[in-house]
Write a protein that binds this ligand. Sequence first.
Ligand code: SAM
Length: 259
Amino acid sequence: MPLNRKLKTTFGKVSGLYHSARIGYASKLFSDIVKISNIKKNSVILDVGSGTGKSAEFFAKHGYNLIGLDIGKELVSIAKAELQNYPNLSFKIGSFEKTKFKPNTFDLIISGQAFHWLDPYVACKNSAKFLKKGGFLAIFSKFQKKDLKFSPKIWELFIRHCPDYPADKLNYLSYAINISEKINKSNLFFKPIIKKYNSKFKYSKKQYRDLIMSFSWTSSLNKGRKELFLKELGKMLNSRKWPYYVTYDNVLIIAKVKK
Ligand SMILES: C[S@@+](CC[C@H](N)C(=O)[O-])C[C@H]1O[C@@H](n2cnc3c(N)ncnc32)[C@H](O)[C@@H]1O
């Protein structure tokens, strides 16, 4: 099942759940972005699909200037409220395909778990246009690693209940290949560098349930299907010991603009 890009608006509808259940990325991934892109404290960063500010927070804490852009107004209000103490951050509601920034504005464009929701052709073209000479585009995502017993059961549940579950797309390698191909095809960037990182998170039963219900393919289920799904999910969650230690593959695809 290919990714259904119509579901890009689902995150705004479950914004509170999204913010409480979704975790951030491996911190080494962010320090590598800083190192590779060679950004300075006065550099300007654009965060495409900034959501509730999970990636913006790292750059805010380290004193960089960042503008977050997202189509979800509920997500933008959470990001604004959570990160209100950082004067170096601002957030805007809008789609990356349609928002007009001046050409040559940004030193770095980042996009965490969001680039795949965009029109790839327009997203590469706009990124190249809005980046300064020598600027970088950094796209990243993270994927739950398969364990021996529990994750296969959950994934089987998604396959049975969720018509929009993009099963074959959910691993770091196919993500990295897919994004790199799109960047290369645009011919606007040098060959991307790909890096992988591991991270781990300890989930309580409630957190893991909230995480599952924040996915686009579960939050978009209709009422009847969602009830059935939740019933089976509840049984499955009750059948194991908690907490659950989940390991993630984080992947970074970073490319310098040809200017
Ligand atoms: C999975 S969330 C990732 C949010 C955040 N970057 C993070 O890592 O937690 C994907 C985000 O992309 C946003 N989005 C989807 N399509 C977009 C577009 N065309 N322009 C701007 N934002 C978009 C969604 O609203 C959502 O907040």
